[in-house]
Design a binder for this molecule. Structure first.
Ligand code: FAD
Length: 325
């Protein structure tokens, strides 16, 4: 029997991405006629098991220990090994988050197995003996179908590519405790405190209008074009990952698959090509307006309104027109 293991992440609740993955994992396990296990690692996490069963888990493997309160690479990887042993899965799907990308990488290296990162689709092949891990490649211009030759086949899955299925409170499942002992040597680091992210940034997710800039702006000295348009509109600003890598904007402020997820009423993408990774973070905007001098740019595929033109000419005129309204 080919079983699937879905790795869950919890904060004060099971994260939406975990439930999205669980929902997709349910469909795949059904196609394989296999069992779906969900994995909960942490301190005081067994209380979430019923919710996971309601969303499709046949078994919830719970590994609890006060020492697992915070994510730490060594302790979590050790415990995850025990969970995988108890599940004996054909495929492992986990959230593409900072912590689980870290744990997946460490586990894959230890076991010398493959790990496909940040997939935007997970499917079975026609003969149902392999998993197709679909992920963006070449700066998001293409999607590649990656196969892993080792078992378990393991991949991390990006946010918002699957919907959460409806919970069924009457579903029955099993809760299995996985015993974990952790020695001091396996808990070499300790989290002494945490610093809240800059609260000024939290407004991005709540923003009704967002003006976003990309590499089409060429140099940071041109960023004022973005802020001036945003000021005229009372909008928030953001950018693509390379813009934040080059520190034109704070590193925790870019939008995309590995960045922030936004859903404003209006998203204005200026000098942004529309890579799959960027689109992942803003595709749920109500209205997308793109300004780009390349009529074939991918951003126009998802834009509701497009202006093909030189941003250095278009944006100042647009800002001026809005100020005059
Ligand atoms: C694992 C991984 C994760 C990633 N995660 C993210 C992510 O979360 N978010 C993200 O944004 N990226 C992410 N990326 C990077 C992504 O693949 C792209 O490289 C990036 O989104 C491209 O940014 P851009 O659109 O600003 O630049 P470019 O792709 O270089 O596009 C610039 C655009 O500006 C246009 N342009 C140039 N001059 C002008 C002008 N004068 N007037 C008008 N238009 C002009 C060009 O036609 C072009 O379309 C990730 C990459 C990897 C490998």
């Amino acid at each position: 029997m080919k079983n699937i293991l879905a790795v869950m992440e919890v904060t004060d609740k099971v994260t939406p991405l975990s439930l999205q993955i669980l929902s997709r994992a349910r469909e795949i396990a059904d196609e394989l006629d296999g069992r779906l296990d969900a994995c909960l690692i942490g301190s005081d996490v067994a209380k979430f098991a019923d919710e996971l069963i309601a969303h499709g888990a046949d078994r919830v493997l719970v590994a609890e220990n006060p020492r697992l309160k915070d994510y730490l690479t060594l302790s979590y990887t050790k415990v995850f090994e025990a969970v995988v042993e108890a599940s004996d899965p054909f495929g492992i799907m986990m959230p593409a988050t900072h912590n689980l990308r870290d744990m997946g990488g460490r586990y894959a290296a230890r076991k010398k197995i493959g790990l496909v990162a940040e997939c935007v689709a997970v499917e079975l092949n026609d003969t149902k003996d392999d998993i197709k891990w679909i992920r963006p490649t070449f700066d998001g211009q293409l999607f590649s179908d990656v196969r892993s030759q080792s078992i378990p086949k393991m991949g991390t899955v990006a946010e918002d590519v699957y919907e959460i299925n409806e919970a069924d409170a009457n579903r029955k499942g099993e809760v299995v405790k996985v015993d974990v002992t952790l020695t001091d040597a396996e808990c070499l680091t300790e989290i002494l405190g945490s610093v809240k992210a800059n609260t000024a940034n939290s407004t991005l997710e709540d923003a009704r209008v967002i003006v976003a800039g990309g590499l089409g702006l060429k140099e940071p000295k041109h960023w004022h074009l973005i802020t001036e348009l945003a000021d005229a509109l009372g909008a928030q600003t953001t950018g693509t990952k390379p813009i934040s890598d080059q520190l034109w904007i704070p590193q925790d402020r870019y939008v995309g698959m590995s960045g922030r997820k936004v859903h404003p009423k209006v998203y204005i993408a200026i000098g942004i090509s529309g890579s799959a990774q960027h689109i992942q973070g803003m595709k749920n905007s109500d209205i997308i307006i793109a300004i780009n001098n390349d009529p074939t740019a991918n951003i126009f595929d998802i834009a509701h309104y497009g202006i093909v033109g030189d941003l250095f000419e278009v944006v100042p005129k647009l800002t001026e027109a809005i100020k005059n309204l």
